[in-house]
Design a protein around this ligand. Structure first.
Ligand code: ARG
Length: 465
């Protein structure tokens, strides 16, 4: 049975019918379809487009249907074309003629646009919740490690002294940006309730679009009916935000894989979040981190698919737009499950402070501090840089590090290298003197963490989830 059944003189070909059908994936929208229809029917009754009695009967039946689907009494019949057809035809069977009025002043084009926005708004909340939980966890670990020295890398070569707390703050920054992006998606969605756009040019009834918007929590309505049904920007915005979340998780995972390897030994992944090998009994593999890194490609794929689907579509609705669902639903589920595993895996990491410290100590990562030492005595930076380079090469030749050097040795490299230099190039002093906001001096990392806590508290204060 189709909503448009009696318009055609012959039945649709069975293969075409199956090809056209979207119910096996858009059935996920049942809650939003029913919610949107209730708001629409309430409006039709308020405007006397249908009677109050008809309105009440339809709304009661819709509420019952929602409970019945939720508790499993009603199973969505996948022989219908889509979820919209199922809801209307199911209700017609249940309450008869009144249900045939529920689609007055509405098209599936504006209906599906509304359903998708309601779905996005719900999933945005889940994403915000998951991000807040993650940022909370990262802040907690960072607070405990503002003095845990480790090298910072450029080109994956040991570069300068940092701390594990300072390192984690970089990821807190990223996920805070993601939270803002996701919240922007919410704001964009809430600002534009599309129902009333009709198939593409509105309708001829005295409808009250703002009343529908208010019932559903939207702040405003769309102001162009063509765009109202043709717009899928909010899906793309969300896919982009999810791509960024996954990209950030993936970078962390890449480092987790490296840092937990035998070669680094900075961290261990808890056994609960590791996998073993079927053959090599010694293995503890970081499968969760690899999977999160791997799944990131899927999210990018969905973003690219949707951009491609939309790129040459003439206004307004085209059936191509039905392709906005399967990959998108998958992207939402994948991002959410990745975020949950990611947070749990982070919280249970075992941190090997000594290995981090040794890696920093057995290196020349304070070489710039040696140059800076001379600069502070009035020597031009480029000359100071050459003297520091000489110092590094001297150590490499002798197979020693700065902490092995004596005052006599360093004086032969530059006349201004004295006992003070040996102090300046210790990891602790190098860190302590990097005391601008954003830099790794422990008290500066604490300042940043305070900022993040404030931002998160402000966010939680205004959040709607
Ligand atoms: N299943 C459709 C979609 O997801 C619903 C809208 C159908 N509109 C139409 N004119 N056939 O886009």
């Amino acid at each position: 049975m189709k909503l448009w059944q009696n318009v055609f003189s012959t039945d649709i070909d069975s293969l075409a019918d199956a090809f056209n059908r979207s119910i096996d994936f858009d059935k996920r929208l049942y809650r939003y379809d029913i919610q949107g229809t209730i708001a629409h029917v309430n409006m039709l009754a308020k405007q006397q487009i249908i009677t109050n009695d008809e309105g009440n009967r339809i709304v009661d039946a819709l509420k019952t249907l929602l409970t019945d689907i939720e508790n499993g009494t009603v199973v969505i019949d996948e022989t219908y074309e889509d979820i919209h057809s199922f809801v209307e035809l199911y209700l017609t069977e249940k309450i008869g003629a009144a249900a045939k009025k529920m689609h007055t002043g509405r098209s599936r084009n504006d209906q599906v646009a509304l359903d998708m926005k309601l779905y996005v708004l719900d999933q945005v909340k889940e994403m915000q919740k998951a991000l807040v939980e993650l940022i909370d966890a990262l802040i907690q670990t960072a607070q405990a490690h503002t003095k845990t020295i480790m090298p910072a890398f450029t080109h994956l070569r040991k570069a300068q002294p940092s701390t594990y707390g300072h390192y984690l703050c970089a990821y807190i920054e990223m996920f805070l940006r993601d939270l803002r992006k996701v919240t922007l998606v919410e704001e964009t969605c809430l600002a534009n309730m599309p129902l009333g756009s009709g198939a593409c040019c509105g309708n001829t009834y005295d409808i009250d679009r703002m009343y529908v918007a208010e019932q559903l929590g939207f702040e405003d309505i769309t102001y162009n009916s063509l765009d109202g049904v043709a717009d899928r920007d909010y899906i793309l915005d969300f896919l982009y935000a999810m791509s960024m979340i996954c990209m950030h998780m993936s970078r962390y995972c890449e480092e987790l894989i490296l840092f937990s390897s035998e070669q680094f030994g900075f961290l261990s992944v808890a056994q609960a979040y590791s996998s073993g090998s079927s053959m090599m009994p010694q293995k503890r593999n970081p499968d969760m981190a690899e999977l999160i890194r791997g799944k990131t490609g899927r999210i990018y794929g969905s973003l690219l698919q949707m951009l491609t689907t939309m790129k040459a579509l003439p206004l307004t609705y085209n059936k191509d737009m039905q392709e906005d669902k399967e990959n998108f639903f998958d992207a939402v589920n994948t991002t959410l499950s990745s975020l949950h595993i990611f947070t749990a895996m982070h919280k249970t990491l075992i941190i090997h402070k000594e290995a981090m410290y040794l890696s920093a100590k057995d290196s020349y990562i304070t070489a710039v501090d040696a140059a800076d030492y001379l600069v502070k005595k009035g020597i031009p930076f480029r000359d100071a840089y050459s003297a520091a380079a000489k110092l590094v090469n001297y150590c490499i030749d002798k197979n020693i590090y700065f902490h092995h050097l004596t005052t006599e040795e360093i004086a032969t490299i530059h006349a201004d290298f004295d006992a003070g230099l040996l102090e300046a190039v210790t990891l602790e002093n190098s860190l302590a003197s990097r005391n601008q906001i954003g830099s790794p001096a422990p008290e500066m990392v604490e300042v940043s963490l305070e900022k993040y806590l404030q931002r998160l508290a402000a966010y939680k204060g205004s959040a709607t989830f």
